[in-house]
Design a protein around this ligand. Sequence first.
Ligand SMILES: Cc1cc2nc3c(=O)[nH]c(=O)nc-3n(C[C@H](O)[C@H](O)[C@H](O)COP(=O)(O)OP(=O)(O)OC[C@H]3O[C@@H](n4cnc5c(N)ncnc54)[C@H](O)[C@@H]3O)c2cc1C
Ligand code: SF4
Length: 511
Amino acid sequence: MNARDIILGSGPSGVAAAKALTARGRDVLVLDAGLEMDASAKALRDRMGAAEPDAWSDEDREAIGAVRRSEKSDSIQPFGSDFLFRLPEEMAEYGDPQSVHALRPSFAKGGLSNGWGASVLPYHERDFDGWPITLDDLRPHYQAIAQMIGMSGQKDGLASLYSGIGMDDAQPLPASRQARELLARMDRKKQALGQLGVHYGASRQAIAPGCRACAMCLYGCPYRLIFNAGYEIERMAADDILRYQGSAIATGFSEHATGVTVHSNQGEFQAERLFVATGVLPTARLVLSSLGLDAHEVTILDSQHFYLPMLHSWSAGDPAVEPRHTLAQAFWEINDPAVEDHVVHAQLYTYNDTYAPDMRQRFGPFAGIAKPLIEAMSRRLIVAQPFLHSDVSPAIGARLDGGKLAYRRIDNDRTAAAMDRVKNRLAQVARMAGMLPLTPLMRPGSLGSSFHCGGSFPMRDTPGTGETDMLGRPAGLKHTHIVDASIFPTVPAPTITFSVMANAHRIASAA
Ligand SMILES: Cc1cc2nc3c(=O)[nH]c(=O)nc-3n(C[C@H](O)[C@H](O)[C@H](O)COP(=O)(O)OP(=O)(O)OC[C@H]3O[C@@H](n4cnc5c(N)ncnc54)[C@H](O)[C@@H]3O)c2cc1C
Ligand code: SF4
């Protein structure tokens, strides 16, 4: 099958590229590994999505939460299905036997957006330091993507810091009482917080209007309101806007005078242009092997994150029973060069049903005796998850070894001090807001576990080997564009996917 444009992958970057190309009237074919949720999980989702939460059966409630989400990637099983990180037979060697990092590829239809946290922020002006493009280049594409993903949130203290997106049309989400009280307390200290370079506000989420406040977000949204690139691709294919071919695994590509040939488990495909949107690890393998860069090591940049638990002093009733969503409730941004050269982004989570089991695990053999204490503490817990810029984070070295990727850890001697400064500033903010920061319990995320990773084929004004131009074309190629996070020159702290999608949309609009 041939097409004028082929996109590899149906995740957020693929769908953003598809949106821009089809708007230009291009003939688009999406080739995708495209694993799907098991039939029983789909049936569970559809049954729950067809009723209001108070009409859900106890069996369905139990089934959706059967696999409790933890820090382990394989615990993310939307509606109880493990399809998000399942490996197709052809890709069986992606599991990381050396345990160097926690980043995982997804071969699902919709990619990682089947299990993501849906937090969205544009990058700050200074986040484009070292990039060949600026915030102004991405601004119109942020707007276009915001319309597709359903931006929830409100215009508040974050608007002045992140001018990349207007929030005039955004709908607020049903925030928890804990979050409302937290933000109200911060409002009363606004001036002092401003002097510390702290901006704060309600979280911004890629959630379409109509949230039922059913608190199931961590298990999958039965109403399909959390943005999922797979749903969008399915809709575009059903409306004949593009063609979609699942179970198609690309194994390589080669350019010729008039276009590109894609090699796959389903034979060869011809296109005038190719857009590679397979996610950071599969893209590294595909591009290195297709370009014959056998000896080249790519550096996959990471955004170091950590967890800081805090206990609030105020009473907010029983947070377990109130209607709310369970994704990030608030964002704190630290814009102070004394803490970090770049803006630090933190996501705040209030009560969810993973807190008590997580604490029980930590109490080990004493969990039984400590049960009342654990239950009480979990209801007063707010967890901050700050992210750092890749300049102060460790990275992953990846190169081909017998056709597969081999990894090594690249440490960064600035990470520990940066985490310390951020922890201290967050603790200061927590106390001002009436919380006790449990700093000895701070927990760093393992390498790659933020899934905010990229930078393996960075965009440069004058690209050399292993680098790309402003349109994501590897040096020397004319018809092949990488459009996922692999081409980011750095990985700034704010959420990555909104910028990945805006950049893919920019490239596909201009290519
Ligand atoms: C638990 C979790 C929480 C997250 N939370 C957030 C968040 O709150 N905010 C945020 O900004 N980001 C978040 N992320 C990151 C976000 O999910 C990714 O940035 C985003 O999905 C990347 O999109 P992508 O299209 O580049 O790649 P992917 O989503 O990985 O999609 C890759 C696509 O390529 C296909 N594919 C792969 N290899 C091949 C091949 N060889 N041939 C054909 N098809 C192939 C796959 O089937 C898939 O369709 C989170 C990620 C995880 C795992
Ligand atoms: S609370 Fe979460 S899962 Fe429930 S409707 Fe809202 S977004 Fe969907």
